[in-house]
Design a protein around this ligand. Structure first.
Ligand code: DLL
Length: 445
């Protein structure tokens, strides 16, 4: 480590040291770990071995990091098809934890951890929290759901290992969340950005001003959220809001984390090897190009994931980060390759709608997209809550706002859609991930 980086590292937890090692050193470590993990999966996971053999590959075929591109992908259906334990590379006697992630269709997926895997997960969560300035002196309200979802326990272990005081409140029970936040002088909160917005609204109704509390930082993830949403959150609550990324298949939260430089999320590359590929063809793409994030776990024992297709769309950002971390960054994840809606031939993503709506004054960051099929044609209606002032203004104000929103959406997505303004609190709130799209097309087809 050199000069500035050492100084920065010293401000945080010692576990953060790998964030600052020279890139070359990380690459050497990655190659060694990649070879080990591929060997492990080859020896213990029948599906992986069969796929390697079909291509005439053995673990020895990987001589350089770039050779990873030879190795077959793993996809979500592989986890479903081998449900529940088919991808485990450790005997159950060494597995200390199972988590389950339920998709919208079919069987859930199961992920497993050895003791060493839990330690890796804890260490990347320590580094994530330290990355946005959380320290042992913080009181952390952990409102991610505890249980089969990885958010609660992942953030809990990290915050506790960092030495912070953790309040393991889990999601829900909003009034109690606010009471404890105030009474315990909470300084940091972990939850989904949409649930934090709900907390902000409820606080206002209860006559509480979050700006007057010691709360100063939010660690928000598990769902996409835009910079417009961030501006809204920060303006309403006076905190700094940071983005944390992760997925159950890889480890849970703590795969990548935003730093105060706020120009992308640092990937904890000593444990996760990122690639960007063309989502249609699977071809590797160069740094700077947008595509699907593919991740390989470099140190997981119980369930190694080799070239896992995340479906999350992002870019590996070139260049150094002003924070001094040498870990490469991915751009914030705005969309998944599978959340694209095709409306009258035009590709539309919920995140585009979110930016369009929130950039117009008078709206609240609570919205839902409803898809219908009318006489064989897809119709999209965007429902958005607006501030109480707009409702109390003269009728013209609502019409005016509606027109502005229709235009804003058209500018961004190139399509005129119906916008329906609704009263505050009309749209269902979630304690975890928000449900942004309601697709009624199949029901009515
Ligand atoms: O959501 C893990 C997590 C918990 C991450 C708490 C951050 C905080 P899953 O339930 O398996 O795991 O969902 C993973 O959620 O593939 C993304 O599509 C989405 N996602 C997670 N974090 C972000 C983020 C957890 N910061 C899936 N921005 C991923 C955008 C995110 N999307």
């Amino acid at each position: 480590m050199t000069g500035v980086s050492e100084e920065l590292a010293a401000r945080y937890h010692p576990a953060s040291a790998p964030d600052y090692v020279p890139a070359r050193q990380i690459k050497d470590l990655q190659l060694t770990r990649l070879q080990e993990v591929v060997q492990r999966a080859f020896d213990h996971v029948a599906l992986f071995r069969a796929r390697m053999q079909e291509r005439g590959l053995t673990p020895q075929s990987l001589r350089t990091l770039e050779d990873v591109a030879l190795v077959p992908f793993t996809v979500k259906t592989d986890l479903r098809d081998t449900y529940p334990f088919g991808l485990f590379a450790s005997p159950m006697s060494e597995i200390v934890r199972l988590h389950v992630s339920s998709g919208t269709t079919g069987k859930p997926i199961v992920v497993a951890y050895t003791k060493a895997d839990v330690d890796v997960w804890t260490s990347v969560m320590v580094r994530s929290l330290a990355c946005c300035g959380v320290t042992h002196g913080d009181i952390v309200q952990n409102a991610y759901g505890y249980g089969l979802f990885t958010g609660g326990l992942g953030a809990h272990y990290g915050a506790e290992a960092l030495g912070a005081t953790v309040i393991p409140i889990s999601g829900g029970n909003t009034e109690r969340q606010l009471m404890l936040m105030r009474d315990f002088n909470v300084t940091a909160i972990c939850c989904t950005p949409s649930y934090f917005m709900h907390l902000v609204d409820r606080a206002a109704e209860m006559g509480m001003n979050l700006r007057e509390l010691p709360l100063r930082v939010g660690v928000f993830g598990a769902e996409p959220w835009t910079d417009s949403m961030r501006r809204h959150i920060e303006a309403e609550s006076g905190i700094e809001a940071y983005d944390i990324y992760g997925l159950s298949e890889i480890i849970g939260p703590g795969v990548a984390m935003e730093c105060p430089g706020r120009s992308g999320l640092h990937v904890f590359e000593d444990h996760f090897y990122p690639e960007i590929v063309n989502p249609d063809t699977g071809e590797p793409l160069p740094e700077g190009a947008e595509g699907e994030l593919v991740l390989t776990t470099l140190s997981k024992a119980a369930m190694p994931m080799i070239r896992y297709r995340t479906r999350d769309i992002t870019t590996l950002l070139p260049g150094a980060c002003p924070c001094g971390r040498t870990l490469r960054r991915i751009r914030r994840i705005g969309r998944r390759s599978d959340d694209m809606m095709i409306i009258r031939g035009i590709n539309v993503f919920p995140s585009q709608i979110e930016s369009a709506l929130l950039d117009v004054e008078g709206t609240l960051p609570h919205y839902q997209i409803v898809l219908n099929r009318v006489s064989g044609l897809d119709e999209m209606e965007v429902q958005v809550e607006v501030t109480p002032q707009i409702f109390s203004d003269k009728v013209g104000a609502l019409e005016d706002l509606n027109r502005k929103l229709v235009n804003a959406v058209e500018r961004i997505v190139g399509l005129r859609v119906a916008v329906r303004l609704v009263m505050p609190h009309t749209i269902a709130r979630s304690e975890g991930k928000a449900k942004r799209v309601i697709d009624r097309r199949n029901l009515e087809a």
